[in-house]
Design a protein around this ligand. Structure first.
Ligand code: NDP
Ligand code: ZN
Length: 361
């Protein structure tokens, strides 16, 4: 079958024939429909994040997928069911561990998991995927086109759950959110924060940081979502409160190394900043005393969040159903065939979310 891969030592993707998956006990065969591309895939290709499956000369890329059950192989899955696979798996040679047994693989430390398409395991950019049934989240047929967004949305669902947990000891009524980063992860988070629903119901104003000139399709999306675009070249993060207002919730999705520390001064008292970006090593100078003092004297919180579990996928499905159709049309700028994978990964400032389509429902 055809797969989009990164060969050991290469810096560009290759489309190659790989062996068809063989199904182990409890494994389901999934026919891949669409696989999204994000900043993490580029970091994997660049060699700054993740790593190859042990003993393999290549890695199949892709961790944001939607597909359809082709062969349930004796599991409770139904043929024809649309599914989204989760990303983490127990390490090779192990069936499970305490994190997976608790349904919290997203909290597993390094060494207790591999990540499909990212770290130590093949991903989903192939015509077929074999996956244990327990790692497939059923989604409605209406998700055939945009169900691959469930995975990146689930990362934000997790981050928000943890943000709320850090503030759960007192009455917290967040009114303003500041998303750092206008890439796909930031824009998806902004689409959640601007929903008048659940934890976002009381959010009155949202802002999104970028460093692009107008006209730019990501700025159009920010404004159409009802949020305010903040250009970091004019308003660096520490100047945000003076230019606009302090934020109760900061969501960092730039991977820019100074942003976590600058976010502390962008926060309102009692605010919380969720960090999701994954930078390479990057040394900067900071006033550690000031940041430390502000965190303490203003009861602020700063935490990191990675990956997500099935409960976050389920919340993401509900959130995705509430997102307007225009948002998907604007966010998903390019759909490529597997043979065009090199183009799909090429840098294009007008592209926001790029997807590889293997098949349709
Ligand atoms: P992108 O690289 O596509 O997006 C990052 C965005 O941040 C870009 O639009 C970039 O702008 C913008 N940006 C970077 N630096 C600045 C700056 N100084 N000022 C203003 N804007 C800036 O990645 P994604 O959206 O896919 O993901 C974001 C980050 O989150 C990545 O590091 C990724 O690895 C990580 N990630 C983490 C997850 C988790 O679970 N923790 C899940 C998924 C992704 P421009 O394009 O103009 O340079
Ligand atoms: Zn991702």
């Amino acid at each position: 079958m055809k797969a989009v891969t990164i060969e050991r030592g290469a810096s560009e993707v290759t489309v190659r024939d790989v062996p068809d998956p063989t199904l182990g006990s409890g494994e389901v065969l999934v026919r891949t429909l669409r696989v999204g591309i994000d900043g993490t895939d580029r970091e994997v290709i660049g060699g700054t994040h993740g790593g190859y499956p042990a003993g393999e000369e290549y890695q199949i890329l892709g961790h944001e997928a939607v597909g359809v059950v082709e062969d349930p192989n004796g599991t409770a899955s139904d043929t024809g069911q649309l599914v989204v696979p989760t990303v983490r798996r127990p390490p090779p040679g192990t069936d499970t561990n305490a994190y997976f047994q608790r349904g919290e693989p997203d909290m597993a430390p390094d060494g207790a998991y591999v990540e499909c398409g990212i770290a130590g395991a093949h991903g989903f950019m192939s015509e077929y995927v074999a996956s244990p049934a327990e790692f497939l989240v059923p989604v409605p047929d209406s998700f055939a086109e945009y169900g691959f967004l469930v995975e990146p949305i689930s990362n934000t669902e997790k981050a928000v759950e943890h943000a709320l947990a850090t503030r759960s000891a007192f009455e917290w009524a967040p009114e303003t959110a500041f998303v750092l980063g206008n890439g796909p992860l930031g824009l998806l988070a902004l689409a959640l924060f601007t929903q008048d629903h659940g934890p976002y119901e009381r959010l009155r104003r949202s802002y999104c940081l970028g460093r692009r000139d107008r006209p730019d399709p990501s700025i159009d999306i920010i404004e159409r979502l009802g949020a305010t675009y903040v250009d970091s070249r004019e308003t660096p993060v520490p100047k945000f409160p003076a230019a606009h207002e302090s934020a109760d919730l900061v969501y960092e999705a730039t991977g820019h190394a100074s942003h976590p520390f600058e976010a502390v001064s962008a926060l309102a008292p009692n605010g919380v900043a969720a960090l999701l970006g994954i930078p390479d090593d990057w040394e900067i100078e900071i006033d550690a005393g000031r940041i430390h003092r502000e965190l303490v004297l203003e009861n602020k919180a700063l935490f990191g969040s990675v990956n997500s579990n099935v409960s976050h996928y389920e919340s993401a499905c509900e959130s995705l159903e509430r997102m307007p159709e225009w948002f998907f049309d604007a966010l998903v700028t390019d759909v490529y065939s597997p043979d065009e994978a090199a183009d799909a990964f090429a840098d294009d400032t007008n592209a926001i979310k790029t997807v590889i389509e293997f098949d349709t429902l």
